[in-house]
Design a protein around this ligand. Structure first.
Ligand code: TEU
Length: 540
């Protein structure tokens, strides 16, 4: 895309800075490392990068616990390093989106330090404080995503404070207009530095119910497409009606949008995890053109890679969100890498990695890729002793946490730590991943890496894929058949996501085959024959 609308249909590459490239041998990636490797990202043909948090932080949740919204953590570098990175990205034609984690701060943030110091200080109401029940227990039944109650007792104020995540991530009180102003000031700081937009962490968690009503028990929705809340998570034991997704958020998102519109060409992608209500929430946040530009859901982040699941997600989205925009993703820094989720057969994973990006590149919506998926990296097996994620440490072994997708990026097969760092990496570099490093895949025409480049170029070269309409066609239920259409260009896609060969009837119309990389399908006498795990594209 071009102009202010560049984000519509864009492909965004997520960088997890801790694990991308280390330049000072402390075993942790840094901003200079991001700058060094921007050439690789640009070579993929993406439009933008999304940088996970690099702000000042005690790193209790790997940077999603911010103690200064307007500075760089020394572990990642300096503001000058950030400016260099931004300038180099722009020189390469890449937009830069940064994470804003404003639903909660770190408990070491000066705002919280002041807020907890007494009940009367100027920031006393900046966080969600509440008195105990008469028997001394927590104000209500709300649960934290990371386990246990969402309330932590504070011995100084003799009150509880609310946290949807770790106890060291207290929730900011968005009902207080001063809090809204303060987080908007932080966003303005980065807009003035030249960032192109924000990924808004847990955007539906900003507000909580003013009356602190108890959540009702959970009644699972059999038709839910969302992959939010794994079973091991006590967060799933109640319906999270009152601790997030409150109606007041819409007006705040309008304030946020008004700030961005004052700059032009900037964008937002909000992370919405709202269980079965996710699409309703996305609709409320992205419609009307005066709130968020896009939302990101967990719909495609689960284990289901069947045609019926993907069709249901896209269908439900198209029905629920008529004038909003979605950003799809198969992987991120919170979930098991998708080739491992979608296939138990190691020999099959290269094909699955290629098929998944072929599909993602043809869907209607924007797309987020996660570092390493362009290499087809599987989930790493991280031993308990090496775990760093507090969520995994707490629920091991029923849930192994998020470290398996956060191990370092692999650049050179033969180099120490695959070229990530000359020091001891904060998470191990698995040997089987080093074999898949960028330098090894550069040379082979048929590699996952080169398939990503070809598919992203394919997406760019067809306007219908950029923001054209998408409509499903009748097919047998193992196939995913749809058209993408814009300005007279009409493309047919048929995906066989099963291992068995399948047939699709191309009735009445003439199709001209558009070669897809690695295609194993063809039309014979009006019947399209697809091999297992394959895709077809034709011009109608
Ligand atoms: O994650 C939000 C979030 O709720 C999850 O992805 C969660 O793990 C899932 O819903 C479980 O059911 C964001 C960040 O992406 C994550 O890294 C942070 O830990 C979290 O917010 C807190 O800031």
């Amino acid at each position: 895309g071009s102009g202010d609308d560049w984000w519509r249909g864009a492909v965004i590459y997520q960088v997890y800075p801790r694990s991308f490239q280390d330049t000072d041998d402390d075993g942790i990636g840094d901003l200079k490392g991001v700058t060094r490797r921007l050439g690789h990202i640009a070579s993929l043909g993406v439009d933008a990068i999304w940088l996970s948090p690099f702000f000042t932080s005690p790193q209790a949740d790997m940077g999603y616990d911010v103690s200064d919204y307007c500075d760089v953590d020394p572990m990642f570098g300096t503001l000058a390093d950030f400016d260099d990175m931004l300038a180099e990205a722009h020189r390469l034609g890449l937009k830069v989106i940064i994470d804003q984690v404003i639903s909660h701060s770190s408990d070491r943030h000066p705002w919280f330090v002041e807020s907890r110091s007494s009940r009367q200080n100027p920031r006393a109401d900046w966080y969600v404080w509440a008195d105990p029940k008469p028997d001394g227990t927590a104000p209500n039944n709300w649960l934290s995503i990371f386990g246990g109650p969402a309330w932590e007792w504070d011995g100084v104020r003799k009150q509880y404070y609310m946290h949807n995540f770790l106890a060291s991530q207290p929730d900011l009180n968005f009902h207080n207009p001063q809090v809204q102003d303060a987080v908007l000031d932080a966003a303005r700081f980065w807009l003035d530095r030249g960032v192109d937009g924000f990924r808004l962490d847990t955007v539906n968690f900003y507000f909580h119910d003013r009356h602190l009503r108890d959540n009702p028990p959970l009644v699972p929705d059999p038709n839910a497409t969302s992959n939010d809340a794994p079973d091991v998570n006590p967060y799933g034991m109640q319906d999270h009606l009152y601790d997030k997704s409150q109606p007041e958020n819409v007006a705040f998102l309008q304030r946020f949008r008004a700030l961005l519109d004052g700059y032009g060409g900037r964008t937002t992608v909000g992370e919405v995890g709202d269980g079965a209500r996710s699409l309703k929430t996305v609709a409320a946040y992205t419609s009307g053109g005066d709130k968020l530009h896009m939302c990101y859901t967990f719909d495609l982040l689960g284990p289901d890679f069947s045609a019926s699941h993907i069709r249901r997600c896209v269908d439900n989205f198209q029905k629920a969100v008529t004038d909003g925009w979605v950003c799809w993703a198969f992987s991120n820094h919170d979930v098991m890498r998708h080739v491992s989720r979608f296939s138990q057969d190691e020999a099959e994973r290269e094909v699955v990695a290629k098929l998944a990006i072929t599909l993602l590149a043809t869907l209607r919506g924007s797309v987020c890729l996660y570092q390493g998926e362009e290499l087809g990296l599987p989930e790493a097996d991280v031993a308990f002793e090496d775990l760093r994620d507090p969520y995994g440490i707490r629920f091991w072994p029923s849930f192994k946490g998020r470290d398996g997708c956060r191990t370092p990026m692999v650049w050179e097969t033969a180099a120490i730590n695959a070229g990530f760092s000359a020091g001891k990496p904060w998470l191990p570099v698995p040997a089987e991943q080093a074999r898949l490093a960028v330098d090894t895949q550069e040379s082979g025409a048929d590699t996952v890496l080169n398939h990503y480049r070809t598919m992203l170029a394919f997406r760019r070269s067809h306007a219908a894929l950029h923001d054209g309409d998408m409509a499903f066609l009748e097919s047998n239920r193992d196939l995913l058949a749809f058209t993408r259409e814009k300005d007279g260009e009409r493309l047919l896609f048929v995906f066989n996501l099963t291992q068995e060969p399948q047939e699709f009837l191309v009735s009445g119309t003439s199709v001209e085959t558009v070669p897809l990389p690695g295609q194993s399908a063809g039309v014979v006498g009006g019947v399209l024959k697809l091999g297992g795990l394959s895709a077809y594209c034709g011009k109608l």
